[in-house]
Design a binder for this molecule. Sequence first.
Ligand SMILES: *Cc1c(COP(=O)(O)O)cnc(C)c1O
Length: 379
Amino acid sequence: MTPKITRFLAEQQPATPCLVVDLDVVETHFHALHHSMPEAKIYYAIKANPAPAILNRLVALGSCFDAASIAEIRMCLDAGATPDRISYGNTLKKPEWICEAYDLGIRLFVFDSIEELEKLGQHAPGARVFCRLAVENEGADWPLSRKFGTTLKHARALMLHARDLGLKPYGLSFHVGSQQTGVAAYDHAITKAAALYHDLRAQGVDLGMLNLGGGFPTHYRENVPSVQDFADTIHASLTTNFPDDAPEILLEPGRYMVGQSGVVSSEVILVSRRGGAASDPRWVYLDIGRFGGLAETEGEAIRYTFRTSRDAEEGTRSPCVVAGPSCDGVDIMYEKNRITMPDSLTCGDRIEILATGAYVSTYCSVGFNGFPPLTEYYI
Ligand SMILES: *Cc1c(COP(=O)(O)O)cnc(C)c1O
């Protein structure tokens, strides 16, 4: 919550639910990451929040972009990024998407299989390619490990093969899992990638780049290491693993860059104890839920912080189950990790949900139960 957002909500009284993003917070996070790892190139993972206002601000700051689709590539170009600042970082691309990206000037592509590499050889001749490795996602609240990445052994064969297909084998990448709360995950992944990097050099394939992916956490309910803590571990690992000459380092922060910048303003629809007994759990139903953008509450993986309009009042507080407004049984956000809220809380009260700048606006379903998409304000 920033003074700018507080003022906006107080003065504008926007209808709920809505997301308010303070662009200065995005800028602060870009600078903090850049300051802690000045040698790294920052490729903002657009999917975390593709709002034009965010892309414009990051273009002005000199950021590069990790795009997952043609639409995202076009959004970056529209915001003023040149094609050389855009990486097509999705391992899943239809041939026509590769052609279109290539026509738009994109020359940096990821792959993690022979099938995808061959597509690139056919449709993106001469492009620089990097191979995504599967790494441990331990310590990540939102893992990505099962769907992407290949083994060291297979990556080695693919990188040796890339040149035969007319491509430039350029680097290796990994993702340690989103909302990664342990700094050691990066050390383990760098150590793993470095072994292959040196091995390939001995085979005559001189890569130039190591892409450390995203994963840097946002502060939700629990404390997380600072970006400087991550930078210190990464620097130490690079020094150990690349004693002579470190490769160019790419970072793909998504959540870290925008998570803290946003606040959802919502309203209480109902507070009830459905069994009627005082011993029954107290349920708080909001006008935003799992389908309104808070999809990462699945499995209570991401644990947001709630502020109610009655927090300043004296009086008792107790834990509540928090659920959304839809007629779907999975639309329960927190039941195991209950949220302590004032007992005076009632229908019509405002609730702010903090650190909702990442993976909220775009996770909102379209028209489910007739609820409109989340309104967004970028200030
Ligand atoms: C989603 C994604 C990111 C961003 O991850 P965060 O955990 O949000 O930082 C980076 N790189 C790739 C390839 C991704 O798919």
